[in-house]
Every structure is written in structure tokens, then in C-alpha cells.
Design a protein around this ligand. Structure first.
Ligand code: ATP
Ligand code: LTN
Length: 346
């Protein structure tokens, strides 16, 4: 099947890439960076990029309004600090484009209740208080995410492994809409790098490093004092034995650290295994702690400097919203037309 968009728009010169991140913490985690944001930076040259802060998604669990606003800015500042370039990428806030919520509604109307209930993130996140205590918004979260994606007709969506199921739903909904009405949406492909698809908790290397679920010592927050981060790396759980070897089954702790080390330095697992042959875990973790400090220190400095000029961040966001609107408003108009909604007279 041809994947090209069918709107009257001229074909984009470069295929598009799109992704989002929620403003639900004071800092990105190392998992957010290695699993997602780093790929956003790398894809900017070859693709036409759209990256946004998913503030509407953040509302699916209770938020303090003041804190949410601040976290939205710090999320933008961190994208810039990481190397997402507003000249090349549209950087915007989800709520600045009403098209997201509007297409989200259409997506809800074509999603089955049972289909939504099978989403593992909903199951996990609603497990704590029981399904009855979870918001309807949390249930509808994947349909809003599908709308976020489909509005831009991207080829790739760079995310971590935990988002794969949501992406599959987005593809299913795109296909369903296209066959029920008329070809409107491009079927998006996940862009998930095998090596860094899932970064694990430093204290519990069988669970995902997560800003909401990890223990403080298992979680690397990029904006923490670099000394704190170094200490967390030095006290990361390693496995029995003393050999530095990549073996996720037998040595999940060491393998997670090797993944991080290799991702940050570009050195292969083999090179690192040779480098630390016979030297034990202490030297390995000590060196990785230094590598981390070298990475987080300038990242943190740049983020803090950007946070000092919110007017600049507002301009970046206004510019990004403008670029996004030009694409999203057309797609929404197509979708509304195809389902049979009467356009408002002007
Ligand atoms: P939470 O764990 O509280 O649900 P989160 O840390 O997963 O939040 P999101 O905003 O949901 O944060 O994720 C942003 C991006 O980072 C997504 O693409 C997600 O897949 C990716 N990501 C998050 N944690 C990891 C991880 N440990 N390893 C790899 N990618 C990750
Ligand atoms: N659910 C995602 C954030 C997100 C997203 C998107 C990612 C919202 N909309 C669209 C990619 C494409 C998460 O990271 N938890």
C-alpha cells in the first residue's frame, strides 16, 4: 500500500518525524534521553521534525497547576539543551493546538472499549487505585496520542519500547479510519533503537527507569547535581561475579550500565569489555560516573541558562506552534470532512 498522504498538499520534501514527551517531572530521566530525545536530535537532518510537550497527556493524572506550568517550560528548555534545534524542528506545546484534542475525539469514536482496555500502560497506571479511580482521560490517553501522531502524517515516531503498543493502536486506528472513510492518514512506524529501547532502574535492573515509579537511587535525573548522579552510578546494583560482560539475562545490572556507557561514548560493548577485563566493577563504575558527569554538567548548565529567559522559550513555542498548525489544521479539516461534519460557514 502506498504510504503517501492524500491531502491536496504538495508532498513534503522530507518525510516527517514526530514525537512527544510529558511534562510530568522536574527533569528528564536518563531513560527519556537515551530512549527518545537523543533520537529526536539525530533525526533532525534527514526528516522534517515535529516535537512537542504533551501537557494534555500530563493531565490524565492529577497535577498541581503551578508545577505543571513550570515543568512545561523546563521540558522545552531541556529539549533545546539536548540539541533539538528550533530552526530545523517545530517545537511546540500540545495544548496550543486545539486540533490535537479535536482529532482525539474522532479517534475515541472509532476505538473499541475492549481495545482500549487492553492497553498495558492503562492497566499499569490504573492498577494502584483500581480501575474505578482512574480518570476517563487516562483511559482515552492512547486515542489522544494517536491523534497527536496522525495529524502530522509522519513516517517515524521515535519513542522508547514502552510506547510500542500505543503506536500499534495508532496504526490500527489510522487503517480503520482510512478504510471506513477514505485514505486520510499515513500509517506511522515506530522508531525504537534496540540498544537503548529500555533503560533500567539502577537499583532494580529488571524494571524500567521511570520518573514516576523508580526509587530515588535507581533514577538518574539529568538536572540533579552531577555529584549526586555520580554517586548513584557508583552505587548501582551489579551482579554476582566480577566480569564486565554484556549479558542481559545473566547480568542485567552490568548490561544496563554497559548500555549507558556505550550510548554516551560510542564505544562498543566489545571495546568496553576488553577495557575492563580483569579490573572488576569498581573501576568500571567509577569511569562511567565520570562519563555521566561530563554529559550532565553542560546539559544542566544550558538548561538553567535557558530557564532564565522564558520570553525566549515562549517565542520558540509560538514559532513551533505556527509550523505545526499549518500541517495539523489541514489534516483535521480533511478528517472532519470525511466523517461528514458540515464545515462552519465563514
Ligand atoms: P513514566 O515512567 O512516569 O510513565 P516516562 O519517564 O516514561 O514517564 P514519558 O514522558 O512517558 O516519561 O516518556 C517520554 C519518552 O521517553 C517516551 O518515548 C518513552 O518511551 C521514553 N522512555 C521513558 N523511560 C524510558 C526508559 N527507561 N528507557 C527508554 N526509553 C524511555
Ligand atoms: N505517551 C508518550 C508521550 C506522547 C507521545 C505522543 C509520544 C504523547 N503523544 C505522540 C509519541 C507520539 C509517552 O512518552 N508516555
Amino acid at each position: 500500500m502506498s504510504d503517501s498522504a492524500t491531502s491536496g498538499a504538495a508532498p513534503a520534501a522530507r518525510p516527517r518525524v514526530l514525537s512527544g514527551i510529558q511534562p510530568t517531572a522536574d527533569s528528564y530521566t536518563l531513560g527519556n534521553y537515551l530512549g527518545a530525545v537523543r533520537q529526536w536530535v539525530a533525526l533532525q537532518d534527514e526528516f522534517e521534525p515535529f516535537f512537542f510537550i504533551a501537557d494534555l497527556h500530563a493531565l490524565t493524572v492529577e497535577q498541581d497547576p503551578k508545577v505543571l506550568r513550570e515543568r512545561t517550560y523546563v521540558a522545552v528548555a531541556q529539549l533545546l539543551a539536548a540539541g533539538v534545534d528550533p530552526e530545523r524542528s517545530a517545537i511546540f506545546v500540545q495544548s496550543h493546538l486545539p486540533e490535537h484534542a479535536e482529532l482525539g475525539w474522532i479517534m475515541q469514536t472509532i476505538t473499541g472499549f475492549g481495545e482500549a482496555r487492553r492497553m498495558t500502560q492503562f492497566k499499569d497506571k490504573s492498577a494502584k487505585g483500581g480501575e474505578g479511580a482512574a480518570s476517563v482521560g487516562l483511559f482515552a490517553y492512547p486515542m489522544l496520542m494517536a491523534a497527536d501522531i496522525l495529524l502530522y502524517r509522519p513516517q517515524y515516531v521515535p519513542v522508547g519500547e514502552d510506547q510500542r503498543q500505543h503506536l500499534e493502536l495508532a496504526r490500527d486506528l489510522a487503517g480503520r479510519f482510512n478504510s471506513r472513510y477514505k485514505k486520510t492518514f499515513r500509517l506511522p512506524e515506530p522508531y525504537i533503537l534496540k540498544e537503548t529501547a529500555k533503560i533500567y532502574d539502577l537499583q532494580d535492573p529488571t524494571s524500567k527507569m521511570s520518573k514516576s515509579a523508580s526509587s530515588p537511587n535507581g533514577l538518574v535525573s539529568l538536572l540533579d547535581d552531577p555529584k549526586v548522579t555520580a554517586k548513584k552510578i557508583r552505587s548501582a546494583v551489579t551482579d554476582s561475579g566480577s566480569e564486565v560482560r554484556y549479558d542481559p539475562e545473566e547480568k542485567p545490572g552490568v548490561s544496563n550500565l554497559l548500555t549507558i556507557y556505550s550510548a554516551l561514548t560510542g564505544e562498543s560493548f566489545e571495546t568496553l569489555e576488553q577495557k575492563y577485563a580483569g579490573s572488576g566493577y569498581g573501576a568500571f563504575k567509577g569511569d562511567l560516573a565520570e562519563v555521566m558527569v561530563e554529559f550532565v554538567t553542560p546539559f544542566r548548565d544550558r538548561t538553567l541558562a535557558l530557564m532564565a529567559d522564558k520570553a525566549h522559550l515562549d517565542r520558540v513555542l509560538a514559532d513551533g506552534a505556527g509550523k505545526a498548525r499549518a500541517v495539523a489544521s489541514r489534516t483535521l479539516a480533511d478528517a472532519y470532512d470525511r466523517v461528514g461534519l458540515v464545515p462552519a460557514a465563514r
